[in-house]
Design a protein around this ligand. Structure first.
Ligand code: GLA
Length: 453
């Protein structure tokens, strides 16, 4: 969606976006769409780089997200266009991933723009659910025309990729499966219960890992499909169970501000995978599968220290796995391990602070802020995924008396999340813009998950 240069990115009115996108669809494809579907981006308060280690994440769905208008075709062809200014290159025509000879492997066009793989990957992963869930079997010969627009900064660390996947999966279900035929239009949203949404989140994650080749851990897809208005999710990535926590008491006097640094990142570029591989090498040395099993349910700082001591001892003992750690770099693997452990500890501390919110919002807000800032230090020093612009945003926000601030998402670009007193927002955003005039701001409003519009 075209954004003017106003620093605040307006999520706009979803119904209005849907009408505009449907009209544009008719102009581009010469026929009307069957509907418009939306999926939100996310902000994660804590739990970065630990979803794939079975940690706890505390994300919320945004009001900002991605819209997909679609109409089915019967010639096994996908015609795809995004209206994002940086990516729009007209209509890309690709074969349906289901049209190849090998049903277990998606058919992909080698020359198609990279972003189209998120979409065709999702269609393939949806159909892969069919043996156990025939209601999601994609109709024979199914193809579709899609027009996509987003109110999220692309590559801005607010999960624009997952929002695209999750909006696309709803469009495909609605226009190409028995489940969609049985639950037309708005009825689809309610018919997708939490259990089915968990299944779809897993399918979208599979598309991103197996088709796009980016090592996502499922955090983004889960909150986009299963988040809820006014709530954060406490997401246990050992089994992807979720609990919704009301944060309305926090947002009465405070603002959660996402600051897009304008430095785009892409998970498939290798750096993200390297960080994950370092931590996995440490996990192999400690024979921990996943890393979360190294800490008790209610961990303390002593438990974290004990894990690091065990790591040092295993290395000295030259235990199995030490060669892998040595080849990746002992100090780097130890830092990744320390990030994972302290981040897991912070998630439990944050959960406790959120539970104290209704009784004492002021105290809880100050603890939440402190945890955010500690999280940033860990992203910078131990995960080593931060960058100058993000560090600078955190510093300026804290100088302006923010309660806390941290880099969120995968890092190497993307957004900082800051917790501010409502009365400080104007001063802090003005100070930030003085230092970095191209920053964009997103007001984090915990919102509804993916739905039909
Ligand atoms: C990306 C991935 C997620 C998660 C975060 C970091 O957003 O897609 O699965 O690993 O990075 O927490």
């Amino acid at each position: 969606m075209h954004q003017d240069q106003h620093p605040w990115i307006d999520p706009g009115d979803p119904a209005q976006h849907a009408t505009t996108l449907a009209a544009e669809f008719t102009r581009v494809y010469g026929r009307e769409p069957a509907g418009v579907w939306f999926a939100p981006g996310r902000a994660n308060l804590n739990g970065e780089h630990i979803d794939f280690h079975g940690g706890r994440c505390l994300p919320t769905a945004l009001a900002h997200g991605t819209y997909v208008a679609a109409a089915p075709r019967d010639d096994a062809v996908l015609r795809l266009r995004t209206l994002d200014e940086q990516l729009d290159d007209g209509v890309a025509v690709v074969p349906s991933p289901l049209s190849g000879a090998d049903a277990d492997h998606p058919r992909l066009a080698q020359d198609a723009p990279a972003w189209t793989r998120y979409v065709s990957g999702v269609l393939w992963a949806l159909d892969q659910l069919a043996p156990e869930h025939p209601e999601f079997e994609v109709d024979a010969g199914y193809g579709a025309d899609l027009l996509i627009s987003s109110t999220l900064p692309i590559g801005g660390g607010l999960s624009s990729s997952a929002a695209l996947e999750c909006a696309a999966v709803l469009a495909f279900i609605a226009t190409g499966t028995p489940f969609g035929a049985e639950h037309p239009e708005h009825r689809l949203t309610g018919a997708l219960d939490d259990c089915r949404r968990a299944l779809l989140a897993a399918a979208c994650m599979r598309a991103e890992v197996e088709v796009v080749g980016a090592g996502t851990g499922g955090l983004d897809q889960t909150v986009s499909l299963r988040g809820s208005r006014d709530h954060l999710l406490s997401l246990d990535c050992r089994d992807f169970t979720v609990r919704a926590l009301n944060i309305a008491p926090l947002l009465r006097d405070h603002v959660l501000l996402a600051v897009d640094t304008g430095q785009a990142h892409w998970l498939g570029d290798g750096q993200f995978g390297d960080r994950r591989a370092d931590a996995e090498a440490a996990a192999a040395l400690l024979t921990a599968q996943p890393l979360r099993t190294l800490l008790p349910a209610d961990p303390t700082a002593d438990d974290v220290d004990a894990v690091l001591t065990a790591f040092d001892q295993q290395l000295k003992a030259d235990a199995a796995g030490s060669e892998l750690v040595r080849s990746r770099g002992v100090a780097a693997c130890r830092r990744r391990l320390r990030h994972a452990m302290t981040e897991m500890l912070r998630s439990e501390q944050l959960l406790a602070a959120l539970e104290r919110l209704p009784a004492d919002p002021i105290e809880a807000a100050s603890s939440i802020g402190e945890i955010l800032t500690q999280g940033h230090l860990s992203m910078r020093e131990d995960a080593e995924v931060s960058f100058d612009e993000a560090d600078d945003v955190v510093d300026v926000a804290l100088q302006g008396d923010a309660l806390g601030a941290r880099l969120i998402g995968g890092g190497f670009g993307g957004s900082v999340l800051a917790l501010l007193r409502a009365g400080d927002v104007d001063d802090i955003t003005a100070a930030l813009l003085r230092k970095q005039p191209k920053l964009r701001f997103v007001n984090v409003v915990p919102s509804e998950p993916a739905r039909a519009l």
